[in-house]
Design a protein around this ligand. Structure first.
Ligand code: F3S
Length: 66
């Protein structure tokens, strides 16, 4: 499972960091550090990552299943 974070849509709500603290973190500017990237979700963290994706207010995150 991979998650893409749209670089234009992420405005730094940080819900992803709160809901999936072992997957996402904020960068120095207060945005998701995966902004503009697609990251592979570590095994065992799929559920929290999915919750984070569903709760991003900007709908900045999207899932690709492997
Ligand atoms: Fe950005 Fe959404 Fe997270 S706006 S910081 S991807 S909750």
């Amino acid at each position: 499972m991979r998650v893409r974070v749209d670089g234009e849509l992420c405005t730094g709500h940080a819900r992803c960091v709160i809901l999936a603290e072992h997957v996402f973190e904020l960068d120095d500017e207060g945005y998701c550090s995966s902004r503009g990237d697609e990251i592979r979700i570590p095994e065992g963290h799929e559920e929290s990552a999915r919750t984070a994706v569903e709760n991003c207010p900007e709908r900045a995150m999207s899932i690709t299943e492997d």
